[in-house]
Design a protein around this ligand. Structure first.
Ligand SMILES: [Zn+2]
Ligand SMILES: [Zn+2]
Length: 276
């Protein structure tokens, strides 16, 4: 494989809860999971229901090392973790990272509490992979593998959330979810996170016309994503964290409206792969 490859694959793009049915066939129904290939390195962001299939592919191609970063631990971002088969494989090293609860709960505590009775039939002891737990604080710069630099940001979201900016081989990707914006204000953190990025993945759970009903839920809109994209001078904008009720027809309409404002804009769909 080309050693400079920088690729993003969306395994899950839906917010809140997985959905299925013919009205969701095109954009998909898995909750957040994003895989990055940086040369030979493999990074995963969030363990929503989409991570199940990511794990199956990983076992199929013999991956023996993966870094898994959590934006935060709301259910839609961790529900797939016990179904990520690599954690049961003794030949695999899994590095787990989180920072949204710095000083309140460690990554190890978060994962152990989640994968344990009475919420799950067994505890983490059945995982045979080598699990390395890593804690950081928003603002830290992480270097999980040689040549990969990741800046971390505290996003405006109930309970805290981390936005990541990943730099590899002179290119950059901004992951900006889950985040709520204030009406009429361009969020300073989002702007810094996205500044000049080749691709930004942005929380587009709602539309501006819905936003009044959902203040305080911790999410943003495609309209706000477009404003930030223009102000931050990014290459491509990817709409992400789709509302569970949003059908394929509604998604296609949102995508078209967003493209009228910012042509290099796409709605993420499960299985989509982009070179960065
Ligand atoms: Zn979410
Ligand atoms: Zn959340």
């Amino acid at each position: 494989m080309n050693n400079d490859v920088f690729q993003i694959k969306f395994w899950g793009t839906r917010g809140s809860i997985p959905v299925s049915g013919k009205e969701f066939d095109k954009y998909g129904g898995n909750t957040p999971c994003i895989e990055l290939r940086c040369g030979m390195h493999r990074l995963i962001f969030d363990a929503g229901s989409g991570i199940r299939e990511a794990g199956l592919e990983m076992l199929g191609d013999g991956t023996d090392h993966v870094d898994l970063f959590f934006s935060h631990c709301h259910y839609d971002h961790i529900i797939g973790l016990p179904f990520f088969k690599p954690i049961y494989n003794p030949a695999i090293v899994v590095n787990l990272w989180s920072g949204h609860m710095a000083g309140r709960m460690t990554t190890a505590e978060m994962v152990r509490q989640f994968v344990s009775p009475p919420y799950f039939p067994v505890d983490l002891g059945i995982c045979k992979a080598r699990l390395n737990f890593n804690d950081f604080r928003a603002g830290d710069i992480l270097t999980p593998r040689p040549g990969i630099s990741i800046r971390t940001f505290a996003l405006n979201h109930p309970g805290g959330c981390i936005g990541y900016r990943i730099e590899w081989a002179g290119r950059s990707l901004a992951l900006v979810f889950d985040i709520e914006h204030q009406p009429g204000v361009l969020d300073e953190t989002a702007l810094e996170l996205m500044a000049g990025a080749d691709i930004a993945v942005y929380d587009s759970a709602f539309t501006e016309s819905e936003m009044d009903r959902y203040r305080g839920f911790g999410h943003s809109t495609w309209e706000q994503g477009v404003k930030l994209a223009k102000a931050a001078g990014i290459g491509k904008l990817i709409l992400f964290h789709h509302a569970p009720s949003r059908t394929d027809g509604e998604m296609a309409l949102i995508e078209r409206l967003a493209q009228e404002e910012f042509p290099a804009c796409f709605a993420a769909r499960d299985g989509m792969v982009l070179d960065i």
